[in-house]
Design a protein around this ligand. Structure first.
Ligand SMILES: Nc1ncnc2c1ncn2[C@@H]1O[C@H](COP(=O)(O)OP(=O)(O)O)[C@@H](O)[C@H]1O
Ligand SMILES: [Mg+2]
Length: 528
């Protein structure tokens, strides 16, 4: 395909200064009514040096002494087309002065990006923002191969974009595997209707994360954060013993305190009580008492019921994963939406960390990572993997940073979604290969993003505060040519967090609105 269509030519190169090229335009509109010379548009400087692919970074009009308008168009180089007709980043030869400059249409841009809808690697997600620049396809392997960050202020369209991405994947691939950590209970709405049979929404009231799957650190972070080394030692020995009792004798020496084997927490509490009564002095009883107090306070708190929901059935980790990842043959599903909205804020971080670690280990022990590649969507990531290294978050940070660093080897990918990029673990962000940057209004966040984004988009980053809903700068592995993308509307939409005051205040509260019920739930510390 030629990247020089005469009816899309608009001017000639006037100066070349490193990666910046200034073009003198004859026209700002071509005979192709769809194509305009506008910021963000892709162009080709085509001459005897070859084809140099650039994006427009600035358009200005000046007047010369004779009062004639001079239209200047500044370009930033993205890459070039080689002898075989393939695109690569960077250039061997810069364009020469006076070579022609051509606008590129959608078909040409997709050709450069290697989009070939036949090989199944690409899926459509939206349109380029520039008129006539065509549909945007994303390379699935690259999107998930090195993790992706989706960044944007509240209301900029992060959740809608995630919904569109996941719905597009469901539309194009029969067997994806995606788990969404749904902090605000908004995603189940997006997977109703045609997606219902393929998705599994685990409601908060059904959420279960059995404590016997935890390793020692996770157990301590949940039941007794701040435990001293004596208490840690006690818990280690007792839990290890209890776990060993549950397996046949020949397997016992392979079981450690970290093995995901059932034990009854009531047995643990009973044993600690016994030890306490055996001690002779109050000083010796103290560590046992403290331990009892902590274990009981979590064990008796109904907000933590999710830890022991499956205690009766002594649920195995394999059954848990079968259900969690929709692997039951009778009722398979491909998208799991875990409603975590009821988790007490202080344990949300620990739970997300544990779930991510379990997924990591599950993929690690599968000898072929290609058997079941899995993507985790971390909604509101700043709320559990913040930059600060306070001990409240250290377990989750450590677990998720491990997935960020090593997950891709085992087919485990992250989609990190956050409104506060300046406050999210830099280790996790720096492992992301693709960035989808929606509207960002705070200076702090814009600066952070400017620092982590590949240079090419740098001079476009001043448009970040003025992007529309679901409009993003997309750059990195998954797209060869970075640029502005308007993501398709999700269908259906996720539940919006925006409360419609005008609607509520026009219609009044729903029939049967019950204050007693609210206070009852509140008193029992349960939402549902
Ligand atoms: N059902 C809907 N129809 C039209 N617009 C919607 C709908 N739901 C949400 N929106 C709008 O989409 C925008 C993005 O919402 P959302 O994706 O939840 O943003 P974020 O996750 O970044 O906070 C919001 O401005 C919201 O008002
Ligand atoms: Mg959101």
């Amino acid at each position: 395909m030629s990247f020089r269509k005469q009816n899309q030519a608009f001017g000639k190169v006037r100066s070349v200064d490193g990666g910046n090229i200034v073009t003198k335009a004859e026209i700002l509109q071509t005979t192709n009514p769809e194509l305009n010379v506008e910021v963000g548009a892709f162009v080709n400087c085509g001459g005897f040096h070859g084809d140099t692919i650039c994006s427009i970074s600035r358009v200005t009009i000046e007047e010369n002494k004779a009062n004639e308008e001079i239209k200047l168009v500044e370009l930033s180089i993205i890459g070039s087309i080689d002898m075989e007709g393939n695109f690569s980043r960077g250039v061997e030869q810069l364009p020469t002065i006076s070579c022609d400059v051509f606008l590129l249409d959608g078909e040409q841009v997709n050709k450069i990006m290697g989009v070939n809808s036949d090989d199944g690697k690409f899926f459509k997600v939206g349109k380029r923002s520039m008129r006539g620049a065509g549909d945007v396809y994303i390379d699935l392997d690259k999107l998930l191969g090195r993790h992706t960050a989706i960044l944007g202020t509240t209301g900029s369209g992060k959740s809608s974009t995630v919904s569109t991405l996941v719905q597009s994947i469901l539309r194009d691939y029969p067997f994806p595997r995606i788990m969404i950590f749904d902090i605000h209970n908004e995603y189940s709405h997006a997977f109703k209707g045609e997606w219902e049979g393929k998705s599994n929404s685990i409601k908060w009231s059904e959420f279960s994360l059995p404590y016997w799957f935890f390793d020692l650190d996770e157990f301590i972070a949940t039941y007794y954060p701040g435990a001293g080394s004596t208490q840690k030692m006690i818990l280690k020995n007792l839990i290890e013993e209890l776990k060993k009792e549950r397996v046949s004798e020949d397997k016992q020496d392979k079981i450690s305190v970290d093995s995901p084997v059932f034990f009854d927490i009531n047995d643990l509490i009973r044993q600690i009580k016994e030890k306490e009564t055996l001690e002779s002095t109050q000083t010796k009883k103290d560590p046992w008492n403290k331990l009892l107090l902590k274990l009981n306070s979590v064990n008796d708190d109904s907000r933590y019921d999710f830890l022991k929901k499956d205690i009766e059935s002594e649920l195995s980790l394999s059954s848990y994963f079968n259900n969690l990842l929709g692997l039951n043959n009778s009722d398979p599903s491909y998208i799991t939406i875990l409603d975590l909205s009821g988790l007490p804020a202080e344990v949300r971080s620990v739970c997300v960390g544990i779930l991510s670690r379990l997924c990591f280990d599950f993929r690690y022990w599968d000898m072929d990572p290609a058997n079941l590649p899995l993507a985790l969507v971390l909604e509101e990531a700043h709320s559990y993997i913040p930059e600060e290294s306070s001990s409240d978050y250290s377990l989750c940070l450590q677990r998720i940073e491990k997935v960020a660093k090593e997950g891709r080897k085992y087919g485990l990918s992250l989609l990190v979604v956050t409104q506060r990029p300046s406050n999210v673990s830099p280790t996790v962000l720096s492992q992301c290969g693709t960035f989808i940057v929606l509207r960002l209004t705070s200076d702090l966040d814009q600066n952070k993003v400017k620092r982590i984004l590949p240079d090419i988009i740098g001079n476009q980053s001043n448009i970040l505060p003025s992007l529309r809903d679901r409009e993003a700068l997309v750059t990195g592995d998954a797209v060869l040519l970075p640029g502005k993308v308007l993501f398709d509307e999700p269908s259906p939409w996720p539940k919006s967090n925006d409360i419609k005051f005008h609607k509520s205040w026009s219609e009044g509260p729903p029939a049967g609105y019950d204050v007693v019920k609210i206070v009852e739930d509140w008193t029992q510390r349960q939402k549902g």
